[in-house]
Design a protein around this ligand. Structure first.
Ligand code: 4DW
Ligand code: GAR
Length: 220
């Protein structure tokens, strides 16, 4: 089995990179990490990757006079590593239409909300302020408009009465760490097609019925 070569782009902590590293450690997982790349030399995630022998690259955006120069350098690293799918994992530079076009439908991102709700930053604060009963995360194909594009996988988590931003963020992050490897697996297995601007996933089970929050279970 030829495993799909991933290029994982990060800017910080790298816990989603770690989740992908862990998934790829299973020899039956249909992808491998060909390179982890950051625009910041101090991204903690790079240390995690390097510690496990994964090739790492730093492409500082400040070394380039414009976005396209930066992106051409990133593109070169990815191509040299033979990457087939680019995964944004807390990568914080907006990619131009040139880069998005060059990696059309081979570029995915994880976002900490149930898109199209709460695009942008501060998603957990805004979910709490809005009083939604469910929050979560989304893995989607990247388009030039940020936080848009065909949705591959979403995970919903309940918002609990005593949640603060940190507790909710931790619950969503745990869901992210399940969501991203699943999305990568589905793409790597060739089970995701884009039809009419939506991602269609073949042969994957879906949960049945509705989750209620608050639910009708007896309390305590
Ligand atoms: C995202 C959106 C905007 C910024 C950072 C991240 C979400 C994920 C993403 C990264 N790059 C992307 C996406 C996306 O969804 N779609 C595209 N590219 N096309 C953001 O505004 N970043 C600013 C810089 C922040 C920093 O360096 O700390 C920026 O000016 O790029
Ligand atoms: C994750 O929560 C990810 O969903 C979010 O950044 C965090 C990165 O954490 N991405 C965005 O907000 C993109 N708009 P990590 O570095 O530990 O994976």
């Amino acid at each position: 089995m030829e495993r799909l070569a991933l290029g994982v782009l990060i800017s910080g902590r790298g816990s989603n990179l770690q989740a992908l590293i862990d998934a790829c450690a299973d020899p039956t997982f249909p992808a491998r990490i060909a390179v982890a790349l950051s625009n910041r030399a101090d991204a903690g995630g790079l240390d995690r990757a390097a510690a496990q022998g994964i090739p790492c690259a730093v492409v500082p955006h400040r070394d380039h006079p414009d976005r396209e120069g930066f992106e051409r350098a990133v593109d070169r690293v990815l191509r040299d590593a033979g990457v087939g799918l680019v995964c944004l994992a807390g990568f914080m530079r907006v990619l131009t239409p040139w880069f998005v076009g060059a990696w059309a439908n081979r570029l995915i991102n994880i976002h900490p909300s149930l898109l199209p709700a709460f695009p942008g930053l501060d998603t957990h604060r805004r979910a709490l302020d809005a009083g939604v009963r469910f929050h979560g995360c989304t893995v989607h194909f990247v388009r030039a408009d940020v936080d848009s594009g065909p949705i591959v996988v979403q995970a919903a988590v309940p918002v609990l009465p005593d949640d603060d931003e940190a507790r909710l963020a931790a619950r969503v992050l745990a869901a992210e760490h399940r969501c991203y490897p699943l999305a990568v697996r589905l793409v790597a297995e060739g089970r995701v097609r884009i039809v009419g601007g939506r991602a269609v996933v073949e042969g994957a089970a879906a949960p049945r019925g509705a989750a209620l929050n608050p639910c009708d279970c007896a309390s305590s």
